[in-house]
Design a protein around this ligand. Structure first.
Ligand SMILES: NC(=O)c1ccc[n+]([C@@H]2O[C@H](COP(=O)([O-])OP(=O)(O)OC[C@H]3O[C@@H](n4cnc5c(N)ncnc54)[C@H](O)[C@@H]3O)[C@@H](O)[C@H]2O)c1
Length: 257
């Protein structure tokens, strides 16, 4: 087993499901002690149990990333407990409504921007401050292929994910010479529990969307959470030491077309 992150402390937000869950497990398998954070504590605890059963090390921290005060408290407890933070995956996010802009509900703007984009800004502040003190650290933000290109029906989500790439690239430049590497992953459509829930709620709409997305995927299938997780862990590993300010598409070739 690759133990590239032995002795490191890694934080994952939105770690209770999907890409975050797979990434928390992958960080632990790479040897890191994982801070498993999610707005739902029971989800964090389930992931911690899974890591512990595999012989890894992890702890649970409830945090709703829409609230900057909860983010402040999260980093305070992480640093009190561990005194260091080496890897951070700012992953928590929500898709929001699927509707063209003119019909987009006003109240969903702040929900989607707050959860996906403002949260990354607030988390990065804490992460960068600590990593600059250490003279080392790696941050990965979860963008999307919708942060590289537009997506019909998802104007605000796409704006948030474009914004994440702006934060990623600009901050990466500011801290490149202080040992802090900042990158992003841009997943294509990944088959997560969120996708399954959507299929349950709107079977016809979701299945049609999935068929369309699969047809547009050069690889001919959707991605898995593990495939994104391995890119995240690699970006945090010494093997990625020359990766700075990059938005890595993990998308089966979707954006290569
Ligand atoms: N699934 C995809 O196809 C896909 C594609 C590109 C990007 N992404 C991005 O990947 C990330 C994870 O998505 P996923 O598909 O794994 O989702 P998911 O719904 O399976 O998991 C998201 C987790 O985040 C948590 N969460 C939601 N809001 C939160 C908040 N305010 N504070 C803290 N935790 C919160 C949820 O409780 C859940 O455990 C998101 O940023 C999403 O935008 C997903």
């Amino acid at each position: 087993m690759n133990k590239a992150l032995n002795g490191k402390i890694a934080l994952v937000t939105g770690a209770g499901s999907g890409i975050g869950h797979a990434s928390a497990l992958a960080f632990a398998r790479a040897g890191a002690t994982v801070v498993v954070s999610d707005m739902l504590l029971e989800r964090c605890e389930a992931v911690v149990s899974e890591i512990t059963r595999e012989g890894g090390s992890a702890s649970a921290r409830q945090c709703d990333v829409r609230d900057p005060r909860q983010i402040d408290a999260l980093f305070q407890t992480v640093l009190e407990s561990y005194g260091q933070l080496d890897c951070a995956f700012n992953n928590a996010g929500v898709g929001g409504p699927i509707t063209p802009l003119a019909e987009y509900p006003d109240d969903a703007w702040s929900e989607v921007i707050g959860t996906n984009l403002a949260s990354v800004f607030h988390c990065m502040k804490h992460e960068i401050r600590q990593m600059v003190k250490q003279g080392a650290g790696s941050i990965v933000n979860c963008a999307s292929v919708t942060g590289l290109n537009g997506m019909r029906g998802m104007p605000v989500y796409s704006a948030a994910k474009h914004g994440i790439l702006g934060l990623t690239k600009s901050a990466a430049l500011d801290y490149a010479q202080q040992g802090v590497r900042i990158n992003a992953v841009c997943p294509g459509v990944i088959h997560t529990p969120a996708v399954d829930q959507w299929i349950e709620k709107d079977p016809d709409g979701a299945r049609q969307f999935m068929r369309e997305m699969t047809a547009r995927e050069p690889i001919g299938r959707l991605g898995t959470p593990d495939e994104v997780a391995s890119a995240v862990v690699w970006l945090c590993s010494p093997g990625a030491s020359f990766m700075i300010g990059h938005g890595l598409a993990v998308d089966g070739g979707y954006t290569a077309q």
